[in-house]
Write a protein that binds this ligand. Structure first.
Ligand SMILES: Nc1ncnc2c1ncn2[C@@H]1O[C@H](COP(=O)(O)OP(=O)(O)OP(=O)(O)O)[C@@H](O)[C@H]1O
Length: 265
């Protein structure tokens, strides 16, 4: 039913990058994430799937403390990256978000030039000592975002003037410019046409060489194409987490099976 490409089935030696234990998330009285424990691997694309409202985005946002920005949101439990508790009081969320980059559903370039979209984070984090170093960082990020060739002759043009697919690759380049270790993507292709989607999916596969990538997607075909691990959420519970090929061909839980065969959601 799902075409699982050969490259997603590699069983490379991996290590745990993110360890979540007994995570609960509440929005006021709404218990949105219930006792979720999961280990997310390095150099792996992990897909979060499940019906609308099941908590995929909420859990994703826990991984770089984006929920801190929502007043009524309360997160309990442990989330460790490389063994360090990211909710420890000493952790600066701004530094954390440079290490755990995020790409959103709708491309959201800053109203600045293409160059400044990329240079913004590295400037804030003092990553370059001079203009030449910053130029290098910008070029490297745009190359990693697979958009360098399309923009190298117009770096001073506004980022908002690019096509939707180009803007999303610019946003991915912006996220990687601060040298993150984890890349979170919340439905990164939902505003893109099939060609731009294919380009971004190809890029996601390349990015996992350097990062742990976590992607929320409503498209099961996309999860099957790009991920090696899949987590199925339902009503705030993590129902099943396994190799993507297993989830899509032989799931353990009847709820997972109902979802992937289109009976729920
Ligand atoms: N900012 C918020 N304030 C209050 N409640 C929220 C907020 N964001 C999400 N929720 C609630 O948390 C629950 C999980 O929502 P979430 O957006 O994480 O689900 P999702 O699986 O990502 O859904 P979708 O696939 O529709 O994007 C829902 O009950 C939702 O109403």
């Amino acid at each position: 039913m799902y075409d699982i490409p050969h490259h997603t089935q590699e069983t490379a030696v991996t290590d745990v990058k993110i360890k979540a234990k007994d995570v609960q998330v509440y929005y006021g009285n709404n218990h949105a994430i219930k006792d979720v424990s999961v280990e997310i691997e390095n150099n792996t694309v992990t897909a979060f799937i499940g019906p609308s409202g099941c908590g995929k985005s909420t859990f994703l946002r826990c991984l770089n403390r984006m929920n801190d920005t929502i007043d009524i949101c309360r997160v309990e439990g442990d989330i460790l990256i490389d063994g360090d508790d990211i909710y420890d009081k000493r952790v600066d969320p701004v530094q954390l978000r440079a290490k755990v980059g995020m790409v959103f559903q709708k491309p959201n370039p800053f109203p600045k030039s293409i160059y400044d979209n990329i240079a913004y984070g590295p400037r804030i984090h003092g990553m370059a000592r001079n203009k030449a170093e910053l130029d290098d960082i910008v070029e490297r990020a745009l190359r990693r975002g697979a958009i360098w060739d399309e923009v190298k002759d117009r770096l001073q043009a506004p980022g908002t003037g690019l096509s939707g697919g180009q803007q999303q690759r610019l946003c991915i380049a912006r996220a990687v410019a601060t040298e993150p270790e984890v890349l979170l993507m919340d439905e990164p292709c939902s505003a893109l046409d099939p060609i731009a989607t294919a380009q971004v999916e190809e890029l996601i596969d390349e990015l996992r060489q350097n990062y742990a990538v976590v992607i929320v997607t409503h498209s099961m075909q996309q999860a099957a194409r790009v991920s090696q691990k899949t987590a199925f959420f339902h009503l705030g519970n993590l129902v099943e987490y396994d190799d993507t090929s297993k989830i899509f061909t032989n799931p353990e839980d009847s709820r997972t099976e109902s979802y992937i065969t289109g009976r729920i959601g």
